[in-house]
Design a protein around this ligand. Structure first.
Ligand SMILES: Cc1cc2nc3c(=O)[nH]c(=O)nc-3n(C[C@H](O)[C@H](O)[C@H](O)COP(=O)(O)OP(=O)(O)OC[C@H]3O[C@@H](n4cnc5c(N)ncnc54)[C@H](O)[C@@H]3O)c2cc1C
Length: 506
């Protein structure tokens, strides 16, 4: 017999946003709450898969850069020991014309052929002139690129790379989402580095990062989930609809959960499609507005390789690929992040194929390691289709083309999974859509839709942001507190939030 429960606050989703909401509810300890998730375990898009050979792969390159002390405290509580983490210096390059250009590209054009240096510098000079004369702000991402970096860097790197990442042309994207993520170029620095033939080192917020020793990125969120009362986290429970006026969620097993407050981290498009009994005028408006929300899918392709991590790979962490000699926009040397991302050296695995299959059929007798691994990301959208039958082989070939692999490398594990949606596109229509959707859901139906696809803002869609979107949603629901992350992305991204968010009684 399907059950019926009633709670003060219902949280849908155990990704970082839902866990943020749950952590805050548990900390406040003022009202009843419950979290449900369709998956078998916590993590959402910040999870980690393990291949049958024992290689770990995240949902693409995940690195934590926290803007919040409260988030740091929660992560430190979940994984408190030094041995729980590996610390890394970011070593990141752009691969172009068979050259590894240190990131950020625009500060390191000294390593490019002279004709590219001239083109890049001329473009930067033109752009500086345009910036001085401009009376209005750029509207599209493409205009922003042209104004900040100029034609040379736009054509060499920014346009082709961003098309590969977003799966939509930069002309169809807005530019308000850009905060600290894209390095603002310095013409002086680019010029002097070029003349002195220098390269500029670590840039931006991710110059150093830490990565969990065990379980990949998903290990973090499983550990966070363990700090919560287990009976309040319910997995394999999918919400199939929300009754907007009765404040009731219906689940796929026929049960119902009634709530006073709802923090939903499902995709807001799914929520709208499955909202029952809302006013007809609202349904019409919400459905029309959601058409302005665009996403791309992410294919994650993992390769496990026999042998020591080669010297040509060195201590590289993640690498960007703007050219069309490979389908992926980014590759992560995942074995670099933790030795536990690969099977132990003594694990005996057969060779599945050589990196270049034309090298012949390998001997399939299981042999010892050591092993190393690569993880690639390929985007897909309505504007950029991907052939599911060939993408894996094209990716392996792309690794050979870009010298990530050598033709004779012995591949012992192959992983491919498509995540839909993967990236919330900062499209031109996004902000109008969100301002029609989120306030209506909140003010009329008491639904706080938050998270990477709950509130659809890429600029506050990383793990730390998502977690805090959940925390702040609870404070909004219970106390009417403002939500800094949702409402002021530039503010939260531009500073470090030292706030530790004590409970009201404390
Ligand atoms: C390719 C890629 C690279 C990334 N790189 C980074 C990075 O470098 N650094 C970083 O900090 N972040 C990164 N992120 C972002 C990070 O993964 C997100 O911040 C985070 O996963 C978003 O959390 P969320 O809880 O909002 O959503 P999700 O992780 O999507 O979680 C939503 C949860 O809701 C559940 N759910 C959905 N619908 C239902 C339903 N109907 N019923 C019940 N449950 C439901 C799902 O099962 C899921 O567990 C990256 C993401 C991707 C895709």
């Amino acid at each position: 017999m399907p059950s019926s429960t009633s709670v003060d606050t219902l949280v849908i989703g155990a990704g970082p946003t839902g866990l943020g909401a749950a952590k805050r509810l548990n900390q406040l300890n003022t009202a009843t709450w419950l979290l449900v998730d369709a998956n078998e375990e916590a993590g959402g898009l910040a999870s980690t898969d393990v291949t049958k050979e024992g290689f770990l792969f995240d949902v693409g390159g995940h690195v934590i850069f926290s803007h919040y002390a409260y988030f740091d405290d929660v992560i430190a509580e979940a994984l408190p020991n030094e041995k729980d983490w590996y610390n890394h210096q970011r070593v990141s390059y752009v691969r172009r014309k068979n050259i590894w250009v240190p990131f950020p590209y625009q500060n390191n054009i000294s390593v490019l052929p002279v004709e590219d240096q001239v083109q890049a510098l001329e473009g930067m000079i033109d752009a500086a002139e345009v910036r001085v004369r401009a009376k209005d702000a750029p509207q599209t991402f493409d205009e922003w690129i042209m104004r900040m970096m100029g034609q040379g860097i736009a054509d060499q790197f920014m346009r082709p790379y961003n098309y590969k990442v977003w799966a939509f042309p930069t002309t169809t994207m807005q530019c308000k989402w850009l905060g600290e993520r894209v390095a603002a170029p310095s013409l002086k620095l680019s010029l002097s580095n070029t003349l002195y033939k220098k390269v500029a080192g670590g840039w931006g917020p991710n110059a150093t990062f830490k990565f969990p020793a065990e379980g990949g990125t998903g290990g973090i969120w499983k550990a966070v989930a363990k700090t919560l009362p287990q009976e309040k986290l319910q997995f394999k429970r999918k919400v199939v609809n929300i009754d907007a006026k009765a404040h009731t969620a219906s689940l796929d097993d026929g049960s119902k959960i009634q709530y006073k407050h709802l923090v939903s981290t499902m995709g807001v498009d799914y929520l709208i499609d499955n909202l029952k009994d809302a006013d007809q005028s609202d349904v019409k408006q919400l459905k029309a507005a959601k058409e302005g929300l665009i996403y791309s899918s992410t294919h994650v392709i993992g390769i496990g390789i026999r042998g020591k991590q080669p010297e040509r790979i060195g201590d590289k962490c993640w690498l960007y690929f703007p050219e069309d000699n490979c389908p992926f926009y980014r590759a992560t040397i995942f074995s670099n992040y933790s030795p536990n991302n690969c099977p132990a050296e003594g694990a005996k695995l057969p060779t599945l194929q050589y990196a270049d299959p034309t090298q012949g059929k390998p001997d399939s007798t299981p042999k010892d390691g050591p092993y190393w691994s690569l993880m690639m990301e390929v985007s897909e959208s309505s504007a950029k289709p991907v052939n599911l039958q060939t993408i894996l082989a094209e990716t392996v070939q792309g690794c050979v083309n870009t010298e990530l692999c050598l033709p004779g490398d012995e591949i012992v594990s192959l992983y491919h999974r498509k995540f839909t949606p993967g990236y919330p596109t900062p499209s031109l229509g996004r902000d109008a859509a969100l301002s029609a959707i989120l306030p209506t859901l909140e003010s009329k139906y008491n639904i706080l839709s938050r998270g990477r696809f709950g509130s659809w803002k890429y600029e506050v869609g990383n793990q730390d942001h998502s977690f805090m979107l959940g925390v702040e949603a609870v404070d909004k629901a219970l106390y009417g507190a403002p939500e800094m992350t949702l409402e002021s992305p530039d503010f939260v991204n531009g500073r470090r939030n030292a706030e530790r968010r004590l409970t009201p009684s404390a």
